[in-house]
Design a protein around this ligand. Structure first.
Ligand code: AHR
Length: 501
């Protein structure tokens, strides 16, 4: 028998109304992007175990359960190889038969990278999981020529020494990778550039890269307001060289990963909600300093998510020492709620935000998947992303939420997002409350089949582990119509998606 959330009564504390004729814009597949760095066990030991591996089931070196889970999630966009790692990465080490073993460095970690995961393997992986690739170029220890060469190698159809090498290495046709990062956090780990120095260098890089392939979309490194203003000022007259403006946002104020208090629960949810404000503020700077660029420059939130104190030595409550940090943290129901709240903002900002990449895709930080040779599980955030599949490439709709239900901070307890695609409607409703259930009426068209999916846990601190992989899972429930829509009792800290087809 299917689960029921049906609310029989006629009293609802919340009414969710999607405005079917009021589109905000298209929710690009790039807003559901992910990020894979050579850090901890995200790339090596995560999705890539190598072709010689006999400890894990794999397909041509890709861990089989991760491959299948990413395909199903879905994973439409993937950034690689960093992060901070990108500014040490030399792509030529990772092609051909002889791979150069190097010191892999990022975020205070260093280990041997045998470079068996290189350009061909990564782009092949993207093909297999249905992801558009986003390559992050090295502006820290690399050169303009090195990045020009990478673009020539991947995108050029003209016969040259590099493209003949590509063919010798097994790839006949160019991949045509569209999105390229020019440095990463260049104000910090990417070289401690000043805004002035970075802007001048960016101009040179971008000019030369566009000569190699005029159609590449280039991502400039942004940061906080002051850096953003200065970089944009210095790029005046050259804003056509910028396609996306990168900003990063990690939520760090919610206390421990799983042993958090109710107050800390709400702090994290609020921080996630404020991500939208950061996007809006960054857009305002673009409008002010680069009005001509603001028309075509998208905001790239190419790292986002929760970074718990157990895996950082910096910031509030940071408790981990640098030496032994593997960046593997708890992934609870609270983190999934935070991600759901943040995605509502992405939908509202879908005209301004051109991409967003959750950090990171396997094992590291806010990971949807935990995988090693010893075990595997999907986190609640995985299930949350899976239940959002209907929103990808759909038209985001305006939604009104009329509610008496409030959180202790006075903000609404219930929030929602909706989108339309191929004549179907998808509505996702979040009950942000730590401990209170809410009766919600979701207005939907009078006709059409409706499927309902619930993500909930008995406690917001619940998480899945390889030993207990199904503690928090997605459940389909019985949908019963009431007058005007669907009446639901949403458990505390839960997410519901209705698909009307
Ligand atoms: O995602 C981990 C790190 O966070 C990335 O390498 C870096 O870009 C950011 O500081």
């Amino acid at each position: 028998m299917k689960l029921s959330l049906h609310h029989e009564g006629s009293v609802f504390d919340t009414v969710v109304r999607p405005h079917l004729d009021s589109s905000i814009g298209k929710i690009s597949h790039r807003l559901y992007g992910h990020f894979a760095e050579h850090l901890g066990k995200c790339s090596y030991g995560g999705f890539w175990v190598g072709t010689d591996c006999n400890k894990a089931e794999h397909v041509d070196g890709f861990r089989k359960n991760v491959l299948d889970a990413l395909k199903a999630m879905p994973t439409p966009f993937l950034r690689w190889p960093g992060g901070c790692y990108a500014d040490h990465y030399h792509w030529q080490d990772g092609i051909g038969k002889e791979r150069l073993s190097r010191l892999g460095m990022s975020c205070g970690l260093s280990s041997e990278d045998d470079n068996t995961l290189g350009t061909h393997e990564f782009l092949d992986f993207c093909d297999r999981i249905g992801a558009e690739p986003y390559l992050a170029g090295n502006m820290g220890s690399g050169s303009v020529q090195e990045l020009c060469d990478w673009i020539e190698y991947t995108n050029c159809a003209v016969s040259t020494k590099l493209t003949r090498t590509r063919k010798d290495n097994g790839r006949q046709h160019p991949w045509n990778v569209r999105v390229w990062g020019v440095g990463n956090e260049s104000w910090g780990c990417g070289g401690n550039y000043t805004a002035e120095h970075y802007a001048v260098e960016y101009r040179r890089y971008a000019t030369m890269l566009r000569h190699v392939d005029p159609s590449v979309e280039l991502v400039v490194v942004g940061f906080e307001a002051d850096w953003n203003r200065r970089v944009l000022e210095l790029l005046k007259g050259h804003h056509d060289l910028v396609s996306h403006f990168s900003i990063h946002r990690y939520w760090i104020n919610g206390g421990p990963g799983s042993k958090f208090s109710e107050e800390q629960y709400y702090t994290l949810i609020q921080e996630a909600d404020d991500t939208e404000k950061f996007v809006v503020e960054t857009r305002a700077i673009l409008d002010e300093v680069a009005p001509e660029g603001s028309k075509h420059i998208g905001i790239a939130l190419d790292e986002w998510g929760v970074w718990h104190p157990e895996v950082r030595e910096w910031g509030p409550d940071g408790t981990h020492s640098k030496d032994v940090n593997n960046y593997e943290q708890a992934g609870t129901m609270r983190d999934a709620i935070a991600a759901a709240v943040c995605l509502e903002g992405f939908h509202r900002q879908c005209k301004s935000l051109s991409m967003a990449n959750l950090a990171q895709v396997v094992n590291v930080l806010h990971a949807p998947i935990m995988a090693s040779d010893d075990g595997f599980c999907l986190t609640p955030t995985y299930h949350l992303l899976h239940m959002h599949a209907g929103h990808i490439n759909a038209e985001a709709l305006k939604v009104s939420v009329d509610s008496k239900a409030k959180l202790p901070l006075g903000t609404p307890a219930v929030s929602a997002t909706a989108s339309q695609k191929d004549g179907g409607l998808t509505v996702t409703v979040v009950n942000r409350s730590y401990s209170v259930a809410h009766n919600v009426l979701v207005e939907v068209p009078a006709t059409g089949d409706i499927k309902g999916y619930l993500l909930a846990a008995s406690n917001p601190a619940d998480q899945n582990t390889p030993a207990e992989p199904d503690k928090v899972t997605l459940k389909e429930f019985e949908v019963n119509r009431v007058d005007k829509g669907v009446g639901l009792t949403l458990p505390p800290a839960s997410i519901v998606t209705l698909e009307v087809r």
